[in-house]
Design a protein around this ligand. Sequence first.
Ligand code: C2E
Ligand code: MG
Ligand code: MG
Length: 401
Amino acid sequence: MQLVVLDDDQAVAELLASVGVSSGWAVHAVVREDEFQALVSASPPDAIMLDLQLANSDGVEQLHFLHDRQYTGAIVLMSGFDARVLSSAQQIGGSLGLNIIAALEKPARPVRVREVLAQIARVPAVGVTAPADARATTTVISADEVGQAVSAGRMELHLQPIIAAASRTVRRAEALIRWRDPARGLVGPDEFIPVAEQDGAVIDRLTMWVAETGVSHYRRLAQMGSGIQICINISGRNLWSQDFPDRMAGVLERHAVPQGALGLEITESVAMHDLDATTSVLTRLRLKGFPVAIDDFGTGHSSLIALRRMPFSSVKIDKSFVGELETSKDSLTIVRSVIQMAHEMGLTSVAEGVGTADAAQLLTELGIDGLQGYYYSEPLPFSGFAAWLKDWAEAGNGPAH
Ligand code: C2E
Ligand code: MG
Ligand code: MG
C-alpha cells in the first residue's frame, strides 16, 4: 500500500513516514506542495496524510486539488489548529466528495496513526465514483413543465404533524408538495421549486394551488373532528406581488374557512431579498390574520436582521442544528439560545428534523413549543395522515381536536 505524507515540518513528516513504514506501507513524505502534487499526479497513492497548515498554501487548497484530480483514495487530515477548524476542513472534504477517513489533532500520537493506517488497509478505500456535484443524469426540468404538472393535477400535498410539546396535541401540520410524474416517479420539492421560482407566473400558480389544496385538507380534517392548521411554504418570489395578501385572504373567504386555517412559512434567506417590500407584504399578511413562521432559521445570511425587521409569529429551527443536538455542544447552545430569544421576542419556536426520542425530550426540556420530524411521522398523503392522527390519539396522546 502506498502512502503520501505532506507536512511542511520536516521532523513531523519524517516521524509519520517511520510510523507508516513500520506499519508495512510504502511511504513518500514530502514538505512542499509542488512535490506533493507531482507525486499524486504521477501515481495516485492508496492513502494521503495531509497537514492543514502548509508553507505556501493550506490543506483546503490541496483538498480542492485532490478533488480536481478526482482522487478516490483515503485521506487523513491533521492540524494543530483547534478542533473546529479541523472539523470544518473535514466537512469541506466530504462535500467535495473526497474520502476523508480521519481528522487527527496534532501532535498525533503514533499509536493513533497506526490505528488509522490499519483501518485504511483493512477496508481498501473505494473512494467516490463521481464528484458530489455530478448528479445522476436526470432530464432537466423546466419551469413550463412544472406549470403544466400543476394544471394537469400531478402535484400532491403531503402532511407532516407538528406536535405541541407541552400538551402532546397536534394542532398544526406542515404541507409539503410532491410531483408525481409518470416518467420520473415521485419528485421532491428541492428539485422543482427552485425551477418554478425562475418564472413568476409558474411559482404563483403553484403557490395558489398549494393554498387551495391546503384549505381543502383543512376542511376535510375539520369534518372528521380535527381542527388542524395547515402550514404552507411560501416562495420569496410570491412576496414580490403586493396583492399576494389579498389573494391569500381570498382563498379563505372562497372556501368559508376561519382565519388561522392556513399558516405560512417563509425561508429566511428568501425573506431578505427586498427588505422593505417584503416587510410590507408580511405585515399585511399578519394583519389579515395569517401566522407567519421564519423557516430554516439559522441557515441564511441575515437571520437576526430578518427577525428584528419582520413581523414573524414563529421561528422554525433548522434541522441541521436539531439533528446534531445530542452530538454537538455548539448546536445545543445555538438551539437553546434561539428558543430563549424567540420567547423573549414573543414568538413561538418549532424544531424541525426531530429524529429521536432523546432529541424530543431534550427539546421539551429546553422549552420548545412544537416538534416536527421523522421520529413522529414522515410527511404523508392525506389518508395516511388522517390514519396517523387517529393512531396518535388512540395511543393516549392529547386529543387531536
Ligand atoms: P422545509 O419547509 O424546511 O420542510 C422541511 C423538510 O424537512 C421537508 O423536506 C421534510 O420532509 C423534511 N423533514 C421532516 N422531518 C425530517 C427529519 O426528521 N429529518 C430530515 N432529515 N428531514 C425531515 P421536503 O418535503 O423535501 O421539502 C424540502 C423543502 O422544499 C421545504 O423545506 C420547503 O422549503 C420546500 N417546499 C416544500 N413544499 C413546498 C411548497 O409547497 N411550496 C414552496 N414554495 N416550497 C416548498
Ligand atoms: Mg417549511
Ligand atoms: Mg425548514
